[in-house]
Design a protein around this ligand. Structure first.
Ligand SMILES: [Mg+2]
Length: 374
């Protein structure tokens, strides 16, 4: 192509396609049983023919985002917002966020694609690009450890699943609770008894308790010596006063997940001192650009941070892992979503090795294409 252009090339195309990735084990939560990860891939192409990739996972139960809605948003207003703009997230990330209200999954796809494209143009891994973008001089690690979630079940099923995941190499387990406050304590204690004291246990109630149940269950676990690392979203998302009430009354750190989608929500949690930590997800806030800002603001206010994901493929999870590698978080990330896939649907990109998510070699996410048999 010759000399480096003085101005950034412009975006000339945005293409979408759907992808279905089969799981090796059904992912069972209180709300649904998933046997595949369904997602929309987006490819953003610049005038030099360089592409960046992102994905818009289906998140009906949390943000309301559907595949059809995300694809229509990407193929409509987000394409209109991007085509003709510079292939540079510093110029083009804000127009993506401004183009529509809501549609965080579609915005995530476009924003990740913009950063992937910028990283590829610079010959950097996505993590190296994000560290540079955030002004962090240290070279990021090439892998990040993750927890793994145990599918919902009875105490004996959870205990055997926990033992199996520890044998797989995981040192941090996440348990879904909140479906039945009366038996939640027994579930957690069964897992603790099965794995012993050296494995970290974190809980996610997914809004399933009221504030009184939350204090009762967490207090009982504390009294029983369950040694719980943190409890995610004990009460309904909108109940910030209840969340603050619980946070004040238990010793176990409380994390806001569904209460914090974007920066505005984070400011409200800070204002009410409603939690100890926040869970930042690309599909809630609209991509890497807003996630960088939220992690920075949470850190400035003394809040602990974690990065999690929805049921996403290796692309979205790899982008979130690159963010963790680039800027760091106080808590081990929750990025096992693609571990449940039978295989990565991509050529190249992030891959699991025991409890570590090894980032793609780059440039960008390191993804070179889609396995057509996927
Ligand atoms: Mg959660």
């Amino acid at each position: 192509m010759g000399a480096t252009p003085v101005t950034a090339p412009s975006i000339v195309a945005l293409r979408t396609r759907r992808l279905s990735v089969p799981l090796h084990t059904p992912f069972v939560t209180a709300l649904r049983t998933a046997t595949s990860t369904e997602t929309v891939l987006v490819e953003v192409v610049d005038s030099d023919g360089v592409s960046g990739w992102g994905e818009a996972p289906q998140v009906r139960q949390v943000t309301g985002d559907s595949l059809a809605g995300s694809q229509a948003c990407l193929d409509g207003p987000l394409r209109d917002a991007l085509v003709g703009r510079p292939a540079d997230p510093r110029e083009s990330a804000a127009p993506v966020q401004r183009a529509v209200v809501g549609n965080a999954a579609a915005k995530m796809a476009a924003d990740v694609a913009l950063h992937d494209l910028a990283a590829r143009r610079a010959g950097l891994t996505l993590a190296q690009h994000l560290a540079s973008y955030a002004g962090i001089p240290q070279l990021p690690p090439t892998a990040v450890p993750t927890d793994v979630t145990l599918a919902a079940g009875e105490p004996h099923e959870l205990a055997s699943a926990a033992t199996a995941r520890v044998a797989d190499g995981f040192g941090t387990l996440k348990l879904k609770v909140g479906t039945d406050a009366a038996t939640d304590v027994a579930r957690v204690l069964a897992v603790r008894a099965a794995v012993g004291p050296d494995v970290a246990l974190r809980l996610d109630a997914n809004q399933g308790w009221d504030c009184f149940q939350a204090v009762a269950v967490i207090g009982a676990l504390e009294a029983a010596g369950a040694d719980v690392e943190l409890v995610e979203q004990p009460v309904p998302a909108r109940d910030l006063l209840g969340l603050a009430w619980v946070t004040e009354r238990v010793d176990t750190p409380v994390m806001a997940d569904e209460s914090v989608f974007d920066l505005h929500d984070l400011v409200e949690v800070v204002r009410h001192d409603a939690a100890d930590l926040v869970n930042v997800k690309l599909a809630k806030c609209g991509g890497l650009t807003p996630a960088l800002e939220m992690l920075h603001v949470a850190h400035l206010h003394g809040f602990g941070t974690m990065v999690g994901s929805m049921m996403e493929s290796h692309l979205g999870v790899g982008a979130a892992a690159a963010l963790v590698a680039a800027v760091g978080t106080t808590s081990l990330p929750d990025l096992d979503a693609a571990w449940w896939s039978r295989a990565s649907p991509y050529v190249g990109g992030a891959a699991y090795d025991g409890d570590r998510l090894v980032l793609g070699d780059g440039p960008g996410t390191g993804i070179e294409g889609v396995e057509e048999h996927a």
